[in-house]
Every structure is written in C-alpha cells, then in structure tokens.
Design a protein around this ligand. Structure first.
Ligand SMILES: NC(=O)C1=CN([C@@H]2O[C@H](COP(=O)(O)OP(=O)(O)OC[C@H]3O[C@@H](n4cnc5c(N)ncnc54)[C@H](O)[C@@H]3O)[C@@H](O)[C@H]2O)[C@H](O)CC1
Ligand SMILES: [K+]
Length: 221
C-alpha cells in the first residue's frame, strides 16, 4: 500500500485547493461526512467530541454538526487558543454557535473534570485535537486531555491521525491517543502503517482530492 508523509499530504491538500480550485471547506465537509459514514449510528447515541483549533479540530466540529442534525447527544470540547483558530475551524465553530450548540473550552482542571465525565458516559469519543499539523511534544493541558481520553473512554475514533502521534514516524510526541479506529484521509500516512497499538483499525477515506494533485506531488519527490 502506498504510504505518504504529512508534508506530502499537505502538498496534495494545497494543490487541490490552490491549483485545482477546490475550496478547503469542501474538503473538510467531505472529511466529516466520511468519518460519519464509519460510525455505528444504530448503536451509538452519545458522543464526546474533543477538538483542537486547527483543521483537524474543524473536521471534528463539522462532524459534531452532522451528529446534532440527526439528534445524537454530543458533548463538545475545544482545547487550544480560540484566537488562533484556522479559517475553516472558525467557519464550523460559527455555524455551531448559530445552531446554539454549546461547548466546553478546556482551559483548566474544571474542563478536564467535565471531559472525564463525558468520556465515561459517552458511547464514543471522537479525537480531533491534532492531525498532520502536530509540530512539537504534547505537554500540559493537552497531555492531560489525551490521558483522560485514553483512560476513561469506552471507545475512541481518531480523525486522520491519533492525536499526539507523529504522522511520519508513528512515534508519540510525549503521548498519543490510543484509538480503536482511525479514519485517515486520501492516502495512508507512513506513521499509521503497522501501528495498530495507537491507530486501531485504520480506514483510508477519499475526500475528493483529484489524482492530478496526488501525481503532481509524487512526481516532485
Ligand atoms: N489532508 C487533507 O486533505 C485535509 C485535511 N484536513 C484536516 O486538517 C488537518 C491538518 O490541519 P492543520 O490545521 O494543518 O493542523 P492540525 O489541526 O493537525 O494541528 C494544528 C494545530 O495544533 C497546534 N499544535 C500542534 N502541535 C501542538 C502541540 N504539541 N501542543 C499544542 N498545540 C499543538 C497548532 O498550533 C495548531 O493549532 C488534517 O490532519 C485533517 O484532519 C482538512 O480538514 C480536510 C482536508
Ligand atoms: K486526531
């Protein structure tokens, strides 16, 4: 199976957006719908969704919207500096605010306590804290958040990459979510291959990036 690096994925992402003209928000919506497709909606009704403030978090927010639209119970958490949210993260956050969807901003131990309860009571925890944009060691509140997700969740689904896992080496940067299932986008990432301890079952889902983008980037290397 072809596996690619995070930088190759980023290059394919931006080729699709900048050279082919697919708006990034379309890719994010496709990503969210592909994650939804992989959830057992017959047996799961209560979701704890933990979002970072990058586009991985944006995927989680878009998924939260789709779960809310089918009347699932969601406990939404956001961790990170809300002033640093990406454009597409903010588009999806704004929609949820306009839909009167509440969320807990994890800023201190109080937020962590709420997360503990939600993880314990939920049917599935959705991990959308970090994806291919993880750049450094996971520390402090982020570290504690991942510890709680791992310890208290009944089941965990990671969006794109288990948060904390280096998408290229497959090694945790301090700590990583231990997912039961990982839905990764477009192509298998190098760090996910043969790494079931952290990834659980990996499903590769197409999100509408044309082959032309893939070939253009692979030709560069
Ligand atoms: N690949 C595709 O075609 C698509 C991918 N999508 C999703 O977007 C993410 C990548 O999003 P990006 O904004 O580049 O990065 P992340 O969201 O993964 O994380 C960046 C976010 O996290 C902060 N951060 C990084 N490391 C740390 C750390 N150790 N501690 C604390 N904070 C950290 C950083 O500052 C940013 O705020 C990809 O994985 C997909 O899920 C698109 O949605 C669809 C197309
Ligand atoms: K993730």
């Amino acid at each position: 199976m072809l596996t690619i690096s995070c930088s190759q994925m980023k290059a394919m992402d931006s080729y699709a957006i900048n050279n082919i003209g697919i708006p990034s928000i379309v890719l994010m919506e496709n990503a969210a719908l592909k994650v939804l497709k992989n959830i057992d909606l017959k047996n799961k009704n209560y979701f704890t969704i933990v979002c970072g403030v990058g586009n991985n978090g944006g995927d989680g927010l878009a998924l939260a919207r789709h779960l809310a639209l089918i009347n699932k119970k969601i406990d939404l958490f956001i961790i990170g500096n809300l002033d640093k949210g990406t454009k597409d993260f903010n588009i999806n956050l704004n929609i949820l605010k306009n839909m009167d969807t509440n969320f807990t901003h994890i800023k201190n131990d109080g937020g962590l306590e709420k997360l503990k309860e939600a993880a314990k009571n939920g049917d599935l925890t959705i991990d959308s804290i970090f994806g291919i944009g993880l750049t450094r060691k996971v520390q402090d509140l982020f570290y504690k958040t991942i510890e709680i997700i791992n310890y208290y969740s009944k089941e965990i689904l990671s969006i794109d990459i288990p948060s904390g896992l280096d998408g290229d080496t497959g090694v945790p940067l301090g700590i990583s979510v231990k997912a039961n299932k990982t839905i990764t986008f477009h192509l298998m990432k190098k760090g996910l291959a043969n790494n079931i301890y952290y990834t659980g079952d990996v499903v590769v889902e197409d999100i509408g990036i044309p082959n032309k983008a893939t070939e253009a980037v692979l030709k560069m290397d």
